[in-house]
Ligand binder design. Sequence first.
Ligand code: HEM
Length: 431
Amino acid sequence: MKTWIRWAALSGVPTLSLRMLARHGEPLAQLLTDPDARENPYPFGARIRAEGRIVRTPYILASADHEVCRNILRDRNFGTTPPEAIDLPAPLKRLIRATDLRLASPVEPPSMLMVDPPEHTRYRKLVAGAFTPRAVGRLRDRVREVTEELLDGLAGRENADLISDFALLLPIAVISEILGIPAAKRDDMLEYGNAGSPLLDITISWPQFKSAVAALRDSQDFLVGHIARIRRTPGDDILSDLATGGELTDRELLATATLIAGAGFETTVNLLGNGIMLLRDHPDQLAALRAEPARWPGAIEEMLRYDSPVQMTTRTALRDSEIAGERIRAGETVALLLGSANRDPAAFLDPDTFDITRSNARDHLSFGSGVHSCLGASLARIEGAIALQALYDRYPDLRHTGPATRRGLVNLRGYQHIPVTTGAARHAALG
Ligand code: HEM
């Protein structure tokens, strides 16, 4: 009952009112609830931008303006939006406060994603060292090895699924190794991630919420045992360092592990899937990459820009301020439409064109910006470039055999299935 009440307050009631507003043409409500927006959110984002740099809706502010989104992400007058800070009517807020499920969730404090400095600074400092470009550079060979093993498994496959047979398996293998999680546990981790991902959508349904909470409980039970094990016999991994360092409480440690585990693969899988589909739809760009492989890192930036794996985030004003001429009162929340901001013509020339040679693609907001900017950005970039280049090198005759299907989520944008036949393998090109 407590879980249902929490869902009703956080999602059920807000979704009903969003649907009503969407019927009256309110563009953010349409972006969040219209099935067409799940296929293609960008025309909805463009409509919001056309209404203003920052738009006031009946329940929240919203922006699809690149400069406004970036500035708010970097502005210390704005903080994160944990469930209790969402700008909802007071009775709903009281229900949310009264129904804390005390579960380690990536989208609730003390997850570092949902706390402000100084707590945030403390958490982030403890893990940042493991994810610097230099530290991640040392993982490059391991990412290559895992990629080549996965590609071996695709040889001669007439009906492979590039999501479940490839794009999901690389990041889960890498993040599990970083966290010292045994290989035998990966399938369970994938299930937790799949069930937990809709938690990032305000419109999450009751069955989705129920299974997300069950998945968080299972993942928490596993992580509690895992942490106890590594405390007894620490390994050479970041979680062992954190578990034995004594600087985090058990709850903080669990929240950190849950966030890194989930963020480590539920986003990168979307970069790989979205990238594969973009190259299918733009064979000239794939040909350009084949002719000039040095362009792969730039192509990854353009994939991130053009079809962002994370579509939005929110920030809540800590004090009264003014942004782009709009007065924002303390406590008001702004939806920052990162994916649509990446299509802002004021920031990117001809933004709806996918162009791997675009010189400023890296200015995208797909990894956020400011103090919460993605901790795993270097890792995701390396995984993206190595995995996609190796896939097309190894299987030059790769053919798509049916329609790819989207995951159907609002915020985490990616594919569920990409059916292909791989064709003959070319010799593995390590290097
Ligand atoms: C293409 C892949 C990825 C994308 C698009 C992505 C996107 C993002 C975005 C947009 C944020 C900021 C959210 C906000 O400000 O509200 C973020 C934060 C974060 N990401 Fe990623 N991410 C990716 C991969 C990864 C990976 C591989 C890891 C694994 C370590 C990771 C770990 C994190 C963490 C821990 C945070 C929170 C940082 C903080 O609050 O200081 N991400 N990510």
